[in-house]
Design a protein around this ligand. Structure first.
Ligand code: ADE
Length: 226
């Protein structure tokens, strides 16, 4: 059983987007993972195909109706579906590499892309939606956020990106930012590759990279060291 993603959105044409390119797209056509999009509007019940309404209590913007979204969720993800149900939202818990790794080893995900000012809280509660944020800024909708999440997850699915330990040295995999990388030419615009990297001394190289990772993390992301 491979990783299966179902996306509930008002803009299914945006997918697969970045997920269809390069090695993730190859994984998709090779059946290492699957992607299904569901048009939320297909679950509207009136002749105008309305999916939103004005907020109870007043205020700006519109709110996604709970009954329409619940029908869409139930159609793609019956109660026995083992996949977590995610709701892309700036209010959510921040996405981490650890959560991405967890999801990559699981059965997949049902992802709801919000638009509008918000989603009726009762469907979030009733369908146990896990709110996930990709950062402290507000997008116009959840579609790009869903692509970001899936891009982070799908590249970790076994077989998609290659060797078993090809992720071991990436940023966040050891709680630190990745050390700087170099390749030929030996001198570029007067700048040389650090001598240690061409020394052939693998213990020294490992130690240098660890120090570089720690320095970078201290400078740029001291929050990761806490
Ligand atoms: N939808 C709008 N903004 C978002 C964010 N920062 N993360 C996830 N989904 C969003």
């Amino acid at each position: 059983m491979s990783f299966s993603a179902s996306i509930i959105t008002l803009f299914p044409d945006l997918f697969p987007g970045t997920l269809g390119a390069s090695v993730l797209g190859r994984g998709l056509t090779d059946g290492l993972w699957s992607l299904e999009t569901v048009q939320l509007r297909d679950f509207a019940t009136d002749r105008h195909r309305t999916v939103d309404d004005t907020p109870a209590g007043g205020g700006a913007g519109m709110v996604l109706k709970p009954d329409i979204l619940a029908s869409a969720i139930d159609a793609v993800s019956p109660a026995a579906d083992p996949r977590p149900r995610l709701l892309m939202s700036p209010r959510g818990k921040p996405l981490t590499q650890a959560r991405a790794r967890e999801l990559a080893l699981g059965p997949g995900a049902v992802i709801v892309c919000g638009r509008f000012e918000g989603i009726d809280q009762r469907v979030i509660d009733a369908r146990d939606l896990e709110e996930v944020s990709i950062g402290d800024y507000v997008l116009a909708g959840g579609e790009v956020a869903a692509m970001v999440l899936l891009e982070a997850v799908v590249r970790l699915i076994p077989g998609v990106l290659g060797g078993a330990d090809s992720h071991a040295e990436e940023s966040f995999e050891n709680g630190l930012l990745e050390y700087p990388q170099y390749t030929r030419p030996q001198v570029f615009e007067g700048r040389s590759i650090p001598g240690v990297l061409t020394s052939g001394d693998h213990a020294r190289i490992r130690k240098w990279r660890q120090e570089q990772s720690e320095d970078l993390t201290r400078q740029r992301r001291p929050d990761l060291l806490k």
